[in-house]
Design a protein around this ligand. Structure first.
Ligand code: SF4
Length: 368
């Protein structure tokens, strides 16, 4: 029986690797077939790929390696520049973690990325999955790499009836049995490619799947119903007011966040009501009350509202505007965390995509 199972696991990895050799995606962080990976490229791509899809990551990855071709270059970079190049990729704490990790690697490991998962886990922003992926892809170690794509494949392979939220450990135990004795980096990437191009969520393409012979759901109309999920809870709603204070030369008031919260280290417009520290609005305001009248100004509400979806809540944004004469600025009491940024300097800021979206609306509605 044991021998039979081992043959099954071997056949699975062989079929998958044969498929990978002809169908692999060409990605800028991947080594050419048979060549060794660049561990820095692997680390950088894996951190960028946390919560972000491959197509979004590719141009960011290329910009980063053009600017900082080696880990020592990234470690020596000014964080404002790192943050600025990261702008738009989301989950901004990753930029800070990446930069901190690069500095630790250069200072304590001679710029060499370790192949030990336990050591990788000690770096900022590197969790279980990322550590396993880096050590498998960069160094071919026998690491059990399990992301959402791979969970989907194994839940279909075994027709797992428990919801994914309750069967993650079971899937990890199963997937570990299939790890091959060599080409572990290719094997992990083969599973990732299979999950993103063949065993896809809504309409799995079983007819071209290299592992259909081992899959309990292969070719059945039920495959798309796996993994099973617990019933979805509705996303929580939050409400916020975003302020555009512009002087008569077109400069706009911004602040740079501390290394905490959703937009850690990013350049943002003043806002109230929605984030952890000042979450107090229960709905979108119809008027700007005294409490909401930042700097005691007579803000104008824009008719156009925008929404932004975060991973755990939906943000309803009310946009308000005030144009101020430079000569009257001294009369305002403005916290020193704020500064006016010239229009020509705006593109140098590290702006989250929400703030870009808001600036676009102001541009359309007000700033002609
Ligand atoms: S046979 Fe179909 S369901 Fe099974 S792993 Fe392949 S694509 Fe997924």
């Amino acid at each position: 029986m044991r021998k039979k199972n081992e043959d099954k696991y071997k056949q699975f990895s062989n079929e998958l690797l044969d498929w990978y050799d002809v169908s692999r995606r060409d990605l800028p962080w991947r080594a050419a077939p048979g060549a060794s990976s660049n561990p820095y490229f692997v680390l950088l791509s894996e951190i960028m790929l946390q919560q972000t899809v491959v197509t979004t990551v590719i141009p960011y990855f290329i910009r980063f390696i053009n600017k900082w071709p080696k880990i020592i270059d990234l470690a020596q970079a000014d964080f404002n520049e790192v943050s600025s190049l990261w702008a738009g990729l989301g989950y901004y704490r990753r930029a800070k973690n990446l930069h901190e990790t690069a500095k630790i690697l250069v200072k304590q490991h001679n710029g060499i990325i370790p192949n030990d998962e336990d050591v990788l886990l000690t770096f900022p922003g590197i969790g279980e999955y990322t550590a396993a992926a880096i050590s498998a892809i960069a160094y071919d170690t026998k690491s059990n790499v399990v992301d959402g794509n791979i969970e989907r494949i194994f839940s279909r392979l075994y027709k797992i009836e428990e919801p994914l939220e309750l069967s993650k450990q079971k899937i990890r135990t199963l997937s570990k049995k299939y790890l091959p004795c060599k080409r572990n980096g290719d094997y992990a990437q083969a599973l990732m490619d299979l999950g993103s191009s063949v065993c896809i969520p809504k309409a799995p393409r079983c007819q071209i799947c290299p592992i259909i012979s081992t899959c309990k759901l292969g070719g059945t109309p039920n495959a798309a119903m796996y993994p099973k999920r617990l019933p979805k809870k509705n996303k929580k709603q939050r409400y916020g007011v975003f302020y555009l204070l512009m002087d008569d030369e077109g400069s706009i008031l911004f602040s740079t966040n501390k290394n905490e919260g959703i937009f850690a280290n990013m350049d943002v417009l003043p806002s109230i009501g929605w984030n952890e520290e000042n979450k107090k609005l229960e709905s979108s305001p119809k008027i700007i009350s005294k409490e909401l009248a930042l700097f005691n100004l007579n803000w104008e509400i824009l008719e156009k509202k925008i929404n932004h979806i975060f991973s755990h809540f939906k943000l309803n944004c009310t946009l308000v505007f005030f144009r101020i004469k430079k000569s009257t600025l001294n009369n305002l009491i403005i916290d020193k965390k704020y500064r006016f940024v010239k229009k020509t300097e705006l593109n140098k800021l590290a702006k989250p995509s929400l703030i870009k979206k808001i600036l676009d609306v102001f541009e359309e509605e007000i700033v002609k």
